[in-house]
Design a protein around this ligand. Structure first.
Ligand code: FES
Ligand code: FES
Length: 161
């Protein structure tokens, strides 16, 4: 470990040293400002809006509420690491096609939340979809296009089977 490196995080399958960091920095801050991963957005920074949703050991968490230094033994996945392909995921494609990318700011958090939902539950009910994204606040128009995108993803996955 070099002199100014405090710890390393496992992010998107890579070991990433965190340098010049204050020990109390949030995972949201470290991802964006120390590790060059701006896909995770910060809005409320109080655990209320879901813009900063990432996966931590397979669970969806608000990165603004996690102290980065406590995540050294966890596998973190951000929106940048949802796929190793350069193409959009089927969820992202559905968001585009269904017009669910509205302001764009809350979109990364929603994408991570929907991936997480469909990973755990490939055929969620409407209520389960609502529950899964209930922590992701849309401040503009509403959730109709987002629900349509989730439905389109499920439909296309069922067609492939
Ligand atoms: S920025 Fe983390 S929940 Fe809003
Ligand atoms: S789509 Fe981002 S706030 Fe509504």
């Amino acid at each position: 470990m070099s002199a100014n490196e405090f710890y390393s995080l496992q992010v998107n399958g890579k070991n990433m040293p965190v340098q010049d960091s204050w020990i109390g920095e949030s995972l949201l801050y470290v991802l964006r400002e120390r590790l060059g991963l701006p896909g995770t957005k910060g809005a409320c920074e109080q655990g209320e809006c879901g813009s900063c949703t990432v996966l931590m050991d397979g669970d969806a968490v608000c990165a603004c509420l996690v102290m980065a230094a406590t995540a050294v033994n966890s596998e973190i996945t951000t929106v940048e690491g949802i796929t190793s392909e350069s193409a959009l995921t089927d969820v992202q494609q559905s968001f585009v096609e269904e017009g669910a990318v509205q302001c764009g700011f809350c979109t990364p958090g929603l994408i991570v939340a929907v991936h997480h939902l469909l990973e755990k539950n490939p055929s969620p009910s409407e209520l389960e979809v609502k529950e899964a994204i209930s922590g992701n606040i849309c401040r503009c128009t509403g959730y109709g296009r987002v629900f349509a995108a989730v439905e389109a993803t499920i439909r296309s996955r069922n067609e492939v089977k």
